[in-house]
Write a protein that binds this ligand. Structure first.
Ligand SMILES: [Zn+2]
Length: 178
């Protein structure tokens, strides 16, 4: 899989030029002046990570933020954005250095942090980690977001679902070639 850097209009794949996906790229990567929107144009799924911040206008997008951009436990909200919000496009972001990768290695810090900051007992914190870590673990950020996009696309065949990559080093959106 290759990441494609988008620095100018010609870098946007033709099929996305006249879609809200092209608009999102122009707002975020090219700093295009914001247009006004009365209704949402797109649903964005992305990681809760604080280093991921999209530059886009008010009313432009529904946003679902989860660990790793995992939508497995957010499908009712996806359905809502489609059925009630009438959006026809979904983009799903993966990003580099994602905390959901190799979650198991963070077990001790996770347990210690809950005990120290939330006032949990060690036993409760360990059980919590064991119950949920496997649900949110991501092997590889890019593979995950491509697979997750395909899964969502299969579930909602009338909707275009596109995986994208957010680079936290240059804060730019990249297309994923796969
Ligand atoms: Zn992340």
């Amino acid at each position: 899989m290759n990441l494609i850097k988008i620095l100018k209009e010609e870098d946007i794949p033709k099929k996305y030029v006249d879609t809200p996906i092209g608009e999102l790229i122009r707002y975020h990567n090219f700093n295009m002046p914001f247009k006004e929107y009365d209704t949402a144009q797109i649903l964005v799924g992305m990681c809760m990570d604080n280093r991921n911040q999209l530059n886009m206008p008010p009313n432009f997008a529904y946003i679902i933020r989860t660990g790793g951009g995992n939508l497995r436990y957010s499908e009712f909200k996806v359905s809502y954005a489609i059925a009630i919000g009438r959006i026809k496009y979904i983009v799903l972001f993966g990003h580099n250095n994602c905390g959901m990768v190799n979650l198991v290695s963070k077990r001790e810090d996770f347990v210690n942090g809950l005990c120290e900051l939330a006032g949990w007992t060690r036993e409760r914190a360990e059980e919590h980690f064991m119950n949920f870590a496997t649900m949110y673990e991501v092997d590889n950020e890019i593979d995950f977001v491509v697979n997750e996009s395909e899964r969502i696309n299969a579930k909602y065949p009338g909707i275009e679902v596109v995986p994208l990559f957010y680079n936290i080093d240059d804060n730019l959106i990249y297309f994923i070639q796969y």
